[in-house]
Design a protein around this ligand. Structure first.
Ligand code: UD1
Ligand code: UDP
Length: 364
């Protein structure tokens, strides 16, 4: 069996690593890795290949940035050539980014089977570009690997054939479990390098609903600035957000925060593990803080990862700055629930996927 993995953006790299690794145990399976080039800065791509031990991509489609239509179309045009040349038996796509839906569409039209890792997540908010990507990808995928039972329920409700759905657990957590000891080993040096004391909070923001709206971004930065007088806040800035801060002339509002470039996986993981508080709108960070049982305040009205709120340490504060302040105060006073780790978030999801793929192949 010949499998092509397609990745493109930062959160895809943590998800593909355990699947690639687990499939190495099956000598009859040949694997190739395609990078669409959706993310291309070294700090958003290359560093993860090094830190996660990923092989160099066999092909980089180098699509770069663009509007949704341009980026999606470029991936489709370029990936179609790859698929026609290589004729894989299966293409595995990850998460919910534009590269995910674009590669899935190409395969569906060429009659190539698609497997979606992290299937079934729903925010029920179609203004989010990722929600459209999830809905379309899941409708056309042949194998759907879900991280939690809510994913199965969502897919069944949408009429997906139950035989295609496999509850395997969370691949993002596989990578965390594998690399946490290494992240911890580097922590003393990292803390000194960043000049952090014992208490600090960690911030990431990149959702268009938070950072593309100038008034919203200004309000968030103002609130974070106020919180920073009680707890130093480290903010590794996503390139989208950095651009918006510069365009809107909001540098002064961000001056009370400790800003830095996006960090490597190991550094960011150690920082999450030791933070008093994480404030974020990232999907992956909601999951990682849940595993680490570190309080996470998510600056969004909804989440496609409800298990992190129901079971884990995540709290949705919406885009309401009074709620963010109040929730942060509570955490600082020790009033928060550290939660529990959801079922199957155990470091073995990649192995489960590999096992299903190998069994599936024998049945074909
Ligand atoms: C994308 C995903 C989002 C995911 C996020 C992870 C979609 C629709 N969005 O959002 O789901 O949560 O990645 O980080 O697929 N840029 C750079 N260098 C880079 C990459 C991007 O400077 O290496 C800048 C460009 O100005 C670009 C902007 O960031 O226009 C946005 O990049 P894009 O990939 O379109 O979306 P993200 O916001 O990164
Ligand atoms: N991450 C990282 N460095 C950073 C910020 C995040 O390595 O400076 C990691 C984080 O630990 C998680 C992943 O990036 O593994 C989440 O990706 P992102 O927030 O870009 O996307 P999302 O999960 O929201 O789609």
């Amino acid at each position: 069996m010949h499998i092509i993995h397609v990745v493109g953006a930062r959160p895809n790299f943590m998800k593909v690593a355990p699947v690639l690794q687990a499939l190495r145990a099956y000598p009859d399976i040949t694997q190739h890795l395609v990078h669409t080039g959706q993310h291309y800065d070294a700090a958003m791509s290359e560093i993860f290949f090094q830190q996660l031990g990923l092989p160099e991509p066999d092909i980089n489609l180098e699509v770069g940035s663009g509007s949704h239509a341009v980026q999606t179309a470029q991936v489709m045009l370029r990936f179609e050539e790859t698929v026609l040349a290589q004729r894989p038996d299966l293409v595995l796509v990850y998460g919910d980014v534009n590269s995910t839906v674009a590669a899935s569409l190409v395969c569906a039209k060429l009659g190539i089977r698609v497997g979606h890792v992290e299937a079934g997540l729903r925010s029920f908010d179609r203004t989010m570009p990722e929600e459209i990507n999830r809905l379309v990808t899941d409708q056309i995928a042949d194998l759907l690997f879900t991280p939690s039972a809510d994913g199965d329920h969502n897919l069944l409700r949408e009429g997906v054939d139950p035989a295609k759905i496999h509850l395997v657990g969370n691949v993002m957590i596989d990578t965390l479990v594998r690399l946490l000891p290494q992240a911890e080993a580097g922590w003393p040096t990292l803390r000194t390098r960043l000049g952090l004391g014992k208490r600090y909070g960690l911030v990431t923001l990149h959702r268009p609903s938070n950072v593309d709206e100038p008034a919203m971004l200004a309000q968030i930065l103002k609130t974070l600035g106020e919180l920073a007088s009680e707890l130093p806040l480290l903010f590794p800035i996503h390139p989208r957000t950095r651009r918006r801060i510069a365009e809107q002339g909001l540098d002064a509002q961000a001056a009370c925060l400790q800003l830095c470039e996006p960090l490597g996986y190991l550094e960011f993981l150690a920082l999450q593990a030791h933070a008093q508080l994480v404030i974020s709108d990232s999907g992956g960070v909601q999951e990682e803080t849940t595993y680490l049982r570190v309080p996470c305040l998510t600056v969004r009205a909804n989440t496609e990862r409800p298990v992190t709120v129901e079971v884990g340490s995540n709290q949705l504060v919406g885009q309401d700055m009074a709620r963010l302040r109040e929730a942060a105060e509570n955490v600082l006073q020790g009033k928060f629930r550290s939660g529990a780790i959801p079922p199957l978030w155990d470091g073995q999801a990649g192995e489960r996927i590999a096992d299903i793929l190998a069994t599936n192949e024998q049945m074909n």
